[in-house]
Design a protein around this ligand. Structure first.
Ligand SMILES: [Fe+2]
Length: 184
């Protein structure tokens, strides 16, 4: 923990040790949301093909919502006495996942890759929700509300990848490239 991350106060009723861990969980979600809203804009700009306008326009409300999540997470860190790290270098240094790997590509390829992106983000949110059960129910409530929205957006993405039998084109894919190829 850096000198800058020492908590000199926190919200009443929370121990400093618990608050420090909650701040770490919030920072990890802040990194995830900052990464996700930038990645979604990158997709918004790089999709091509006959379904361009539908997917291009579907993405922007997701960008706006995820930017709002980042703001709420960062302000919760400050509320708990911490210092939110919002610069790009700090995000890249701290993240445990790879950069989004698809450039200009068809709408289906990007949606296939986004299925994997959302799978990763939502899985980590749910891990955070479990851990917060013992730490801070107020922060847990924020994670739960954000997860509900992310799961809805994930369904918007998946509805483009689903056949009438209910199977996803990305089934079994474990990389963005593989998911994009299966969906494309
Ligand atoms: Fe735009």
């Amino acid at each position: 923990m850096s000198a800058n991350s020492k908590l000199h106060f926190t919200t009443p009723g929370l121990t400093e040790a618990d608050a420090s861990r909650v701040v770490e969980l919030l920072q990890d979600r802040l990194n995830a949301c900052n990464d996700l809203h930038l990645t979604l804009k990158h997709v918004h700009w790089n999709v091509v093909g006959p379904h361009f306008i539908a997917v291009h326009e579907m993405i922007d409300p997701q960008v706006e919502a995820v930017r709002g999540f980042a703001d709420d997470l960062a302000e919760r860190i400050a509320t708990l006495g911490g210092s939110p790290q919002g610069t790009p270098g700090a995000l890249v240094a701290a993240r445990s996942w790879d950069e989004y790997s698809i450039g200009r590509a068809s709408t289906q390829e990007h949606l296939g890759a986004l299925d994997l992106v959302y799978r990763g983000v939502i899985t980590s949110y749910r891990e955070g929700i479990k851990e917060l059960d013992e730490l801070d129910l107020v922060t847990q409530d924020m994670f739960i509300a954000q997860t509900e929205q992310l799961e809805l957006f994930h369904w918007f993405v998946r509805a483009h990848l689903e056949d009438k039998g209910g199977r996803l084109a990305t089934e079994g894919a474990d990389s963005e490239r593989q998911a994009a190829d299966q969906a494309g």
